[in-house]
Design a protein around this ligand. Structure first.
Ligand SMILES: C[S@@+](CC[C@H](N)C(=O)[O-])C[C@H]1O[C@@H](n2cnc3c(N)ncnc32)[C@H](O)[C@@H]1O
Length: 236
């Protein structure tokens, strides 16, 4: 499929992460967000979570995302939520922000994209002692998976829940929660993307296999192994 198709298939998505909605619900349950709570969001994507939290709780959110469209997302978000959100372009592993200046930090679906260890180290520095973090990421239910279950662009293999939790603890945090989301979050997330991808394929039957098609093939082969997990931890 032509390169254009890759971003097209995500166009209608509110979030760019399986289970993001469920993850935000857990964040609302487990992190005490109030007026003026200072939240850092690494890799905010379309800004959906930042906007939701700022609108609902009048908290302040600073978001950092590496994507070149950050300025456009910021303009869209600021039209609806004034002043309490600041979205900046930057590397989530090397934050241009003062240490210990947040009450909580979240990163939905992106620590492993930023680089898990460096992302967690940046979150550790950013939250004040006693502050909480929430992250979600792609994990495997088993330490190894058949080759065909591994998506072509994911290397090395995904950690298990326990391995991921150990990485969070190694970053200095006290772990509070580690659970797989229900398996349907993958199916729910992929459903509209598959539909869009199938439409593009019908229009371009001879195009070479796209990355997202290879990803679907791997998911179909690895459905029993793929998981999506959420973690909460606190800086002592
Ligand atoms: C899977 S999306 C998740 C987006 C959002 N959290 C959501 O759930 O909708 C990954 C995001 O990571 C961002 N990203 C990739 N590398 C990054 C980096 N080094 N620092 C900050 N953001 C990064 C991408 O631009 C993209 O918005």
């Amino acid at each position: 499929m032509p390169e254009q198709g890759v971003s097209d298939v995500y166009m209608s998505q509110e979030y760019l992460t399986p289970g993001a909605r469920e993850t935000v619900e857990l964040i609302e349950q487990r992190i005490s967000v109030e007026e003026n709570t200072r939240i850092l969001e690494i890799a905010f994507g379309k800004g959906t979570t930042a906007m939701k939290l700022a609108q609902k709780y009048a908290c302040s959110v600073v978001g950092v995302d590496a994507h070149p469209f950050v300025a456009a997302v910021h303009r869209g978000v600021r039209k609806r939520v004034l002043n309490s959100i600041s979205l900046i372009r930057g590397d989530g592993g090397a934050l241009p922000l003062r240490d210990a200046s947040f009450d909580a930090a979240i990163c939905i679906g992106a620590p492993s994209i930023v680089g898990t260890e460096r992302c967690l180290a940046a979150m550790f520095r950013a939250v004040a002692p006693g502050g909480q973090i929430a992250v979600s990421d792609f994990t495997w239910r088993l330490p190894v998976a058949p080759l065909e279950a591994a998506p072509p662009h994911i290397n090395p293999p995904r950690p298990t829940l326990g391995q991921y939790a150990a990485t969070i603890e190694a970053a200095g945090f006290a772990l509070e929660f580690a659970e797989h989301l229900p398996q349907r979050v993958w199916d729910d997330y992929y459903a509209p993307v598959r539909e869009a991808s199938t439409r593009l394929r019908a229009a371009n039957p001879d195009a070479p296999e796209d990355l997202i098609e290879a990803e679907f093939r791997a998911y179909d082969a690895g459905r029993d192994i793929w998981a999506y997990s959420v973690f909460f931890a606190r800086r002592p």
